[in-house]
Design a protein around this ligand. Sequence first.
Ligand SMILES: C[S@@+](CC[C@H](N)C(=O)[O-])C[C@H]1O[C@@H](n2cnc3c(N)ncnc32)[C@H](O)[C@@H]1O
Length: 349
Amino acid sequence: MNTLLLHCRPGFENEACAEISDHAARVEATGYARAKPNSAYAEFVFSESDGAHRLMRGVRFSRLIFPRQWAQGQWLDLPETDRIGVLLEELKAYPVFGSVWLEVFDTNDGKELSNFCRKFEAPLRKALEKSGRLKDGGNGPRLLLTFKSGREVFLGFADAENSAMWPGGVPRLKFPRQAPSRSTLKLEEAWHHFIPRDQWDQRLAPGMTAVDLGASPGGWTWQLVNREIEVMAVDNGPMNEALLETGLVGHYRADGFAFRPKRSVDWMVCDIVEKPAKNAALLETWIGEGLCREAVVNLKLPMKQRYTEVKRLLERIADGLAERGVKANIGCKQLYHDREEVTCHLRRL
Ligand SMILES: C[S@@+](CC[C@H](N)C(=O)[O-])C[C@H]1O[C@@H](n2cnc3c(N)ncnc32)[C@H](O)[C@@H]1O
């Protein structure tokens, strides 16, 4: 059980390796990271048997940028028949679980395996309960079974409070039919990731004010309006008519990098595709000058050294705010709906 499995977006395996190696060094756990290109996962193999446990205890999963899910455990070969029998035998060495998720990687093979997982889940759950390995709703860790094929599974587990919110880290969000663009889901996912659900009513409350930079056609503005937040939508491009008719949206044809609200607002969101350093500086200015209380901004990723570059930009924002004497929480995640970018969230304290 000395391997840590990390799910990630296909093509970002090296970033997951670099990031987890950084954390392993920080908690003084030794081992090595490995990954195959476009496999949508990476592994860290620890040299000590308690390495994975120590790392998971020393790192908040929600603070990781590239990994979408993690589990400590090992690979297991399964037979063609009686897979459940083999799994139960192996699980004798594991703790009693409080929940179970069947997961696949974000690849075409993974998508095909989802059907198999759906069929396999009910009989497996029944057998786990009968054998006493699963006490649903109990406070044991979450059993995470990641299938690479019908014959190969990663038998892993993680603390349910310190791992992904959704199986495989893939959110189940429904596209709102009235929203004018698909990127609407990006902002919704960011809120799920960065704001605990029980704080939404307080931090995304009706009557609040927001600035949406690069707002056209209005997918992000739609999310804000849906929570009855008043929006200044800044973009030279057109805004969706129905949104303008709500009376909650003012359209400003201006440069998002020069725009400043007359009074400070609760939220600033920015989906402008620009050099990441420019968006990072914008974020620092808005939070640093108190122009907004919270912000969600996309950072486009460079071609190479993507983890190193994101880390450098986050450090630069943190240093800039510290120089101004401003305290803020800084979060960053490659969300499921992000492609060649990551999403940053800042909250002024
Ligand atoms: C990815 S789109 C935004 C999509 C939008 N968030 C949505 O959900 O519908 C990026 C937008 O940024 C705008 N844009 C690019 N540079 C800008 C700038 N300097 N100031 C304001 N808007 C800008 C573009 O016109 C484009 O509409």
